[in-house]
Design a protein around this ligand. Structure first.
Ligand code: MSP
Length: 663
């Protein structure tokens, strides 16, 4: 029998609420796990929250609550969200759980006993957003972290080092001997070159804050948050004596699903910690890409982070099943992808409504008319098209795609089978056969279609668990129930015994055909585009006075007039509030000139100074200086849109050089 199967998601930082990005991995893990359940495997799925570290300690302080109270309430948001997406983990671990803290200390001791920890002093750059040290090479000008667009901090303190460098050759051996350890391949190559480039020992404890797991023998130190967090995958199983350890290697298959941004932690640090503690390694780390929404990066400051629960409650688009389908089918797992609201409606209509939903309703409708609402008798006919439909289930590559962690391909295959069945209805035309009095043909055709729908209900279950059961109810079949050792994956369409009365038909995925309804849905779901021109642009000081909407759309300027505006990319290197001015911030902006310029901008109602540092903005560089009094002179203007309390900045990508001219 296949080994027990253990799939994990990253544990999520609780400084944020669940959003579409975190929901994505969690849904994939749940779907992949459901596939393995169908195959009769003993499975386990783990998710949870990452609750220690400087970032969370600061976030709690900013909210004036204790770190514990803060993480308790935030962690609950994740715990509550997942069932609404039909995600059913077996366990939800929190790094503040006592069970975890004890075991991570046990791992620490093992690493210490191995002689892999030593006390020293550390001085380097630290990004609190990443909770990771950064080398200067990794930073943007102005010591800005490229992932968080925020300046890093200088950290200097006593620390325990982990002898990571001494594991480089064992890690390289691992990647070579087990290419399946890191997927996709491009990511493996990336990690391989990184390790080949040489590793430095890793600082794994901190003394300048206390929100972490105490180092057992030296409690003025707390463990580095990643040492603590990575261990969750193992500690959640209950430690060395737990029966759940059967899910870990070598008796179990361990699959970590992670985003590409945290690949290195999982494929370099984590196996090295485990090697040092003499614990078996996971089987695979699979890194997926990043999701954008309607073509835009999701971020708190753009206020476009999509709430997955709200989408899952949109019954018009299939509810949680509908959301799961969109994410699983239309984002190729392993690559970056876009979640497009308009496309979501089109795809819902086409795949779920007009393909699978239609197959069900027309088959049931025909059974009501032509077979008395019962499963008809199947008589083998030797007809090519019957054979083709039966063989299609057998031939589908969906199972392989699921086990290769390619849900998008699995669903492509599954829905291709549904299309084939729809074509089969058209070609077999049972209504015409009925007119000719050819009842045997009618029965066989419908028996085969019902069998295909039954098989499809199993095949879509990993992605659409609730709708799969609703489909089965209409076929008068029990809900899917999995059992260890019982493989339910359909092998080929064998018709059911005749005579079962079918259930009541009702549209599984009613389509959205009305443009008005579509528009209303889009309005409801899409993160609101920041209404340009909603406020006089005086909110961004330096803007030419006057409401932009007052400029008729037809007012044309010559190319020369346009070319006279010197638009440039600027990198904000510092920002601070202007005393006694609620709306104003004083920025230093690097325009590639000898020194940064001072720009006074009306951004304070929308951004904190920290949110701006490191951002690449678009600047009108040749606007006459504007004097704000008290020695404050603005030497340029940033482009932005929206009302003053909800401004969206026009920005340039990370690779645009400060001072680059826009043309
Ligand atoms: N706490 C660490 C993980 C520790 S695992 C031992 C962490 N947490 S996180 O909340 O910041 O991110 C969790 C996961 O969400 C990462 O895998 C990250 O890639 C993923 N995503 C965050 N935004 C995302 C998108 N926009 N798209 C896809 N996934 C994204 O890192």
């Amino acid at each position: 029998m296949a080994r027990p199967y253990y799939v994990t998601t990253p544990i999520y930082y609780v400084n944020d609420v669940p959003h579409l990005g975190t929901a994505y991995t969690t849904i994939v893990a749940d779907a992949v796990r459901r596939y393995q359940l169908l195959r009769g495997r003993d499975t386990r799925m783990l998710t949870g929250t990452d609750e220690h570290g400087l970032k969370l300690e600061r976030e709690a302080a900013a909210k004036n609550v204790t770190p514990k109270a803060f993480v308790d309430s935030m962690s609950q948001r994740f715990r509550d969200a997942w069932p609404k997406l039909l995600v059913e983990p077996d366990d939800f671990i929190r790094t503040t759980d006592e069970r975890h803290e004890k075991l991570v200390q046990w791992i620490w001791e093992k690493v210490a006993q191995k002689g892999d920890l030593y006390l020293g002093h550390y001085e380097d750059w630290y990004c609190v957003g990443c909770e990771s040290f950064k080398t200067e090479k990794e930073l943007l000008p102005g010591n800005v972290c490229p992932l968080h667009n925020k300046p890093v901090e200088r950290v200097k303190e006593e620390t325990y080092f982990f002898k990571l460098a001494s594991y480089a050759s064992r890690l390289l051996d691992l990647y070579q001997a087990h290419p399946e350890f890191i997927e996709p391949e491009s990511r493996r190559n990336e990690v391989f070159s990184f390790v080949k480039g040489g590793l430095h020992d890793l600082s794994v404890s901190r003394t300048s804050f206390s929100w972490g797991v105490p180092v057992p023998s030296d409690p003025k130190h707390v463990m580095y948050v990643w040492f603590d967090a990575l261990a969750n995958y193992w500690t959640a199983l209950g430690g060395p004596d737990s029966a759940n350890l059967r899910y870990w290697e070598p008796s179990g298959e361990v699959v970590h699903l992670v985003g590409k941004d945290i690949l290195r932690f999982h494929t370099v640090y984590w196996p090295a910690f485990l090697m040092s503690a003499e614990l078996p390694l996971p089987t695979k780390v699979f890194a997926h890409g990043f999701l954008t929404v309607d073509g835009q990066k999701m971020s708190k400051s753009l206020r476009n982070a999509v709430d997955p629960v709200r989408l899952a409650q949109t019954e018009e688009l299939g509810g949680a099943d509908g959301l799961r389908y969109q994410l699983l089918r239309y984002v190729a797992f392993g690559q970056d992808g876009d979640f497009d609201h308009r496309a979501m409606i089109e795809r819902y209509n086409a795949d779920l409504g007009k393909n699978l939903g239609n197959l069900l309703s027309r088959t049931l409708g025909l059974c009501v008319k032509l077979t008395g609402g019962k499963v008809p008798a199947y008589t083998p006919t030797g007809l090519e098209r019957d054979f083709e439909l039966q063989a299609a289930v057998h031939k589908t590559a969906a199972a392989k795609a699921w086990s290769d962690l390619q849900p998008h391909r699995a669903l492509e295959e599954t829905f291709a089978l549904s299309s084939l069945a729809n074509q089969y209805v058209d070609r077999a035309a049972p209504w015409a056969e009925a007119k000719k009095g050819n009842q045997e043909r009618v029965d066989t055709t419908l028996a085969l279609l019902l069998a295909t729908l039954r098989d499809l209900s199993v095949m879509v279950w990993p992605a659409l668990p609730r709708k799969a059961d609703a489909l089965r109810a209409q076929l008068a079949l029990p809900p899917i129930a999995c059992q260890i050792g019982r493989d339910q994956w359909p092998e080929g369409s064998t018709a059911d015994a005749a005579g079962r009365a079918l259930g009541a038909a009702s549209p599984l995925f009613p389509t959205i055909s009305d443009k008005e309804q579509e528009k209303a849905l889009l309005d409801r779901l899409q993160p609101k585009p920041e209404a340009a021109a909603a406020e006089p642009p005086a909110s961004v000081p330096g803007t030419v006075p006057g409401h932009p909407a007052a400029v008729p759309a037809t007012t044309a300027i010559t190319y020369e007039q346009f070319a006279a505006v010197d638009l440039r990319v600027g990198l904000i290197t510092s920002a601070k509030k202007v005393p006694k001015k609620d709306k104003l911030l004083e920025l230093s902006v690097d325009l590639g000139e000898e020194k940064p310029r001072t720009i006074i901008a009306g951004l304070a109602l929308s951004f904190t100074p920290e949110q701006l540092v490191g951002r690449r903005v678009l600047v009108v560089a040749n606007l006459a200086p504007r004097d704000f009094g008290k020695g404050l002179v603005s030497h340029g203007m940033l482009l932005a849109t929206g009302p003053s309390e909800k401004l969206v900045l026009a920005t340039a990508p990370d690779d645009a050089a400060p001072g680059a001219k826009l043309k």
